[in-house]
Write a protein that binds this ligand. Structure first.
Ligand SMILES: C[S@@+](CC[C@H](N)C(=O)[O-])C[C@H]1O[C@@H](n2cnc3c(N)ncnc32)[C@H](O)[C@@H]1O
Length: 230
């Protein structure tokens, strides 16, 4: 779709380059995510066999494929062709034919309004600056059917500005000890990506037309938001 010259171009990687095949290849190992957790999340969101689900910033497609095992149709959206190729390989390996990939971002995807029952997005919205997070959330809201559910997990600073250095150092330390991400990678996230404050995120979700049902924070750096179309 043609956009005005001031519109944010969201097809470029910001921060860690998820178009890099080496980054994609090692992604699952470093994340060490558990598909059972995704299954539990989808159950909590009330997924049904007749539902349409969309996962944004789907990465290697673990959550999207879990959803496709239950739902009628799943849109797996990501700006990285390499990530989408990996998602499709995963879907094929699981014998799933109801997962459709779309190479696009939050601001450029094309899915009809009021057509999706559940939207999920994990660790992807922080790639947009705050102004555009708001625009993206308003687009997601339009895409959901009335009463549709939104689940958003992201890196969010649950602190005041003066506490950012302490929270940043504590997160870098934790990541080094517990995941495959070293100091340089976490520093890239903090410096170059657009993780924001918890009090801004909650406002953005509500101002985009969602009812915020629950916000869970951990380690002052991770947030899970459960919301529904108001
Ligand atoms: C940290 S990974 C998260 C992947 C997956 N959701 C997960 O939890 O494992 C971030 C993903 O967001 C994608 N991404 C980056 N900018 C994006 C944007 N503007 N719109 C949609 N996806 C984006 C990247 O290509 C990457 O696959």
């Amino acid at each position: 779709m043609e956009q005005p010259d001031w519109y944010y171009v969201d097809l470029k990687q910001v921060g860690i380059d998820f178009a890099d095949p080496a980054e994609v290849e090692s992604y699952d190992e470093r994340q060490a995510d558990d598909p059972q957790e995704d299954r539990a999340l989808l159950a909590r969101l009330g997924i049904e066999h007749f539902h349409v689900v969309a996962d944004f910033g789907c990465g290697t497609g673990m959550l999207a494929c879990e959803a496709a095992q239950i739902a009628k149709r799943v849109h797996a959206v990501d700006i990285s062709a390499e990530m989408l190729a990996k998602s499709l390989r995963r879907a094929k390996g699981m014998g799933l034919g109801n997962l459709a990939t779309q190479q696009a971002g939050f601001l450029s995807y094309e899915i009809p309004d009021n057509s999706v029952d559940i939207i999920t997005s994990k660790f992807a919205l922080h790639h947009l600056p705050d102004l555009w997070k708001g625009v993206a959330l308003a687009r997601l809201q339009r895409t959901l059917r009335p009463g549709g559910k939104l689940f958003l997990r992201d890196v969010v600073f649950e602190c005041d500005p003066t506490e950012v250095p302490a929270v940043a150092e504590s997160w870098i330390g934790w990541m080094g000890a517990n995941t495959g991400y070293d100091r340089a990678e976490v520093a890239t996230h903090i410096r170059d990506e657009h993780s924001t404050y918890s009090w801004i995120m909650a406002g953005l979700i509500e101002r985009a037309g969602f009812r915020l049902l629950q916000a869970d924070y951990s380690m002052r750096i991770y947030a899970d938001y459960f919301a529904e179309k108001a």
